[in-house]
Design a protein around this ligand. Sequence first.
Ligand code: C5P
Length: 420
Amino acid sequence: MTAIPEQRILLIIGGGIAAYKTLDLIRRLRERGFFVRAVMTESAQRFVTKLAVESLTGSRVFDDLFALTEDSSMGHIELSRDADLLVVAPATADIIAKMAHGLANDLASTMLLATDKKILVAPAMNLRMWLHPATQRNAAILQNDGVVFAGPENGGMACGEYGPGRMSEPLAILAAIEQVLASGTRIPLPADFSGNQEAADVLAGRRVLVTSGPTREPIDPVRYIANRSSGKQGHAIAAAAAAASADVVLVSGPVALADPLGIRTIHVETARDMVRQVEAALPVDIFVGVAAVADWRVAETAPEKIKKDPKQEACLTLVENPDILAALGRRSKDRPALVVGFAAESEELVENAQAKLTAKNCDMIVANDVSRASGVLGGENNKVLILTKNGKESWPWMTKQEVARRLVARLAAMLAETGR
Ligand code: C5P
């Protein structure tokens, strides 16, 4: 991984058991070349020690609102002014509530109120606390204020329960941090992203349309058919295209991700909604269909919740959904200069991807293995095979952000070759 020099993170550590994962986050941030300064709440220090945080950040931990006024070298305004981004991890229900209501009664909450920098929060709490209407209201206020959320994830908790409220893994938070910084302050892209400037030269002002996430096909007012797509790869591609100066529209199915900053994101639910929004966004220079569009929908959505009937087997009639990618690939009017599809396969990757390249008249198919064993669906990393009319190329395992950056560089080069 290449370091991105001089990015400064002010990390606010809240009081929760997930604070132990924050230690790993610090380590990973440092590995990437970030400078990390930490503020700990009083309760955070019950879970991890100041010494551990100081050892890992390599700098003094701040925890006392009043001590700062004596230390003229680092007042609290200066602490947040000095940072490029404030990260709250773990963000407890208490910190989220304070932020939403503008309370400032300790150093952490004062920092968060006194800043004009972007803030990313990684919530961590018991699922009932997260799902409580008060917390949901507070989170909505913060989202409306432009605070970026990384997580929480579904999973087992330290308290033995299962559900939403688990802090995202350090690598996921790291990816979210990089995404926020990339879209805001235009940090230099990592050196291993060859052709970044060339990509920006080609893509400046060009329109890129990306679909992402799953679609949901209703069975009745309560139930639906969907799939395990998280939207992470599609959102990363949209963010990378925007970082390379493209004018990006993202059409996303239901995902648990924040909208990438600076990108027009249109939320849809069904495949048919997605088709409508994709067509409305045309013409574009590049279309990248990353969404895991449901192949079928229920022929007739029941108007009321379907009741169980012990005397009869339940039976759903499925009809095929429109194929957005194929429709764009085969368009005679307004066909994007580049039409790119994803092939999520659990077997015979190359053969199936090759068949799709031809059948859907694409310029490129990005094939990945989505068998449960690969961990790609919902995970942070991806291993892709790139197929074009000129041949195929296998890329090593890398983060979905890396795949996105390289893919955008490749597409920019291909677009330049088309001369359009
Ligand atoms: O045929 P398959 O679903 O495997 O193809 C995957 C590719 O086709 C993805 O790029 C996906 O976005 C696109 N697709 C689509 N509309 C569908 C089904 C798939 O655009 N109804």
